[in-house]
Design a protein around this ligand. Structure first.
Ligand SMILES: [Zn+2]
Ligand SMILES: [Zn+2]
Length: 178
């Protein structure tokens, strides 16, 4: 999404954009790495206006992904949604493309040059922040049986896992005692 700074100085802009994840190279990399599969376009809605010495962009990014549960390995789908406020400050006063996050209000400040602000970097960063490092299909996913590999969310497999666990902790104690 691109914002013309001169336009935003004249009035508040209401912008909306819907692009496939393939529009964002970093999201394609994520898909190639098998970490997430985007099953809906990345929808962005932004309200942008000029404030003091910066362009203020407030908005929301939404999409839907398929993830693999880190416990039971099942695929599941999840809506991702993130709201943001970004200050685009002219002149590139900060070193490189380093971002300063003001933790209290979660404002992000990004330098820009020229007469147009390109939000692509910030948009994919918002999406990536919402993708869990260790996805879980449900918060209380029971995972797989360490003995037979059955998905314990589908029901009990009949293994005596208490015994397995006891044996394992006994082994661990032995190693520590040595
Ligand atoms: Zn799971
Ligand atoms: Zn089992």
């Amino acid at each position: 999404m691109k914002i013309r700074v001169e336009d935003a100085k004249k009035k508040t802009l209401q912008l909306a954009e819907s692009e496939p994840a393939s529009h964002y190279p970093a999201l394609v990399e994520l898909e190639d790495a098998g970490e997430a599969r985007f099953i809906a376009p990345v929808n962005v809605a932004v309200q942008a206006y000029w404030e003091y010495d910066h362009l203020r962009a407030e908005g929301k990014v939404e999409t839907r992904v398929a993830l693999s549960c880190s416990r039971c390995l099942a695929d599941f789908e999840r809506d991702l949604s993130s709201e943001f406020t970004i200050f685009y400050t002219p002149g590139g006063t900060m070193s490189g493309d380093e971002e300063v996050e003001l933790s209290e209000e979660e404002l992000i400040s990004v330098p820009f040059t020229g007469d147009e602000v390109d939000m692509a970097n910030e948009i994919f960063e918002q999406v990536m922040m919402e993708i869990p490092y260790k996805p879980l299909c449900t918060d209380d996913c029971k995972g797989l049986c360490p003995n037979c590999g059955a998905d314990l969310n589908q029901g009990e497999c009949g293994c005596d896992r208490r015994g397995v666990n006891l044996k394992m902790s006994a082994l661990k104690d032995l190693k520590i005692d040595k």
